[in-house]
Design a protein around this ligand. Structure first.
Ligand SMILES: [Zn+2]
Length: 299
């Protein structure tokens, strides 16, 4: 099975304080497709964790890569890995549909791009902990000590934890995220979402959010798109999770029919067939179809 290598834009700081960035991953097999077919799309952050931990063969010197470790990876590193997983499974070329946002147009625009065209920004400071001082006019307190914030960057575990709340109450979800990522506000430690709400004004939270964005690694998932219908240019976010899961989700029915077909003709076990990649499974199905046609023509 072909594996792909890559370099995380952020990296994982291991127990010895070393930053591990080299990765190697394998394509999805029928096993992961089965998992995708039977899970609910709302759990996408935890699903990403499971898929990545199964498919990442190595992170630096670390192998196997556990789900707990994948949860600890930064948001941009997980996005990068998802793109790599897509590349390993289906190749680098992506074709997706978006709709022109101008009300009088609203046409569907098909975009074609390569995974390699997506700009990736590496983080300079690998942390994992960062400090900043809130500007005095925003903090409302004057001593520099009181204005100092210590934080880490959001990771997969944070995403999993806030994702159920995100659809219901975005402001509260953000406060919870900050409660998890901020480690110190002035002299205050043991930060939770209540402390964030009571100690930090919305302007102070915005200042922290902007600082996090500045220092975090980034996978640029918005793109300029040219509408061929009305000629306007618009900016569209590329919804990576939605695209990935939409594309990867073979219907459970089809998957089991393919397994049945191969088991019937080749007498392989279910386990053996599910451990193949989709590409390999379909190649055998094509070979069988040719063979059956040849036999039919010979009769
Ligand atoms: Zn248009």
């Amino acid at each position: 099975m072909d594996t792909l290598a890559g370099l995380l834009p952020g990296g994982y700081v291991d127990n010895c304080g070393e930053v591990q960035r080299e990765i190697e991953l394998r394509p999805l097999t029928g096993r992961e497709e089965e998992l995708l077919a039977t899970s609910r799309p709302r759990e996408s952050a935890s699903l990403v964790t499971v898929l990545l931990s199964r498919c990442i063969q190595r992170l630096g010197a670390i192998r196997p890569v556990s789900e707990a470790l994948v949860r600890n990876l930064l948001v941009a590193d997980r996005q990068y890995l998802l793109l790599k997983l897509r590349e390993a499974t289906f190749g680098e070329q992506i074709r997706a549909n978006v709709f022109c946002p101008w009300p009088e147009c609203g046409q569907r625009v098909t975009i074609n791009f390569s995974v390699k065209d997506i700009p990736i920004r590496e983080s300079e400071d690998k942390g994992p902990v960062y400090m900043m001082t809130l500007s005095p006019e925003i903090a409302g307190v004057f001593g520099a000590d009181e204005r100092q914030i210590t934080f880490r960057l959001p990771n997969g575990e944070d995403q999993e934890s806030i994702s159920p709340l995100l659809a219901e109450n975005e402001a509260l979800a953000l406060a919870r995220l900050f409660g998890r990522c901020i480690q110190r506000i002035g002299r205050l430690t043991n930060i939770d979402e209540e402390a964030v709400i009571s100690q930090l004004s919305p302007a102070a939270r915005l200042e922290i959010e902007q600082q996090m964005e500045r220092i975090a690694p980034k996978v640029e998932l918005t793109m300029d798109i040219n509408c061929h219908e009305c000629g306007r240019v618009f900016v569209a976010p590329f919804d990576l999770h939605r695209f990935f899961f939409g594309e990867m989700r073979t219907s459970g029915d089809l998957l089991y029919r393919e397994v049945h077909y191969l088991a019937y003709h080749y007498h392989w076990s279910e386990r053996e067939i599910l451990e193949m990649t989709r590409d390999k499974r379909r190649r055998y199905i094509d070979v069988l179809a040719d063979e059956i046609e040849r036999l039919n023509n010979a009769v």
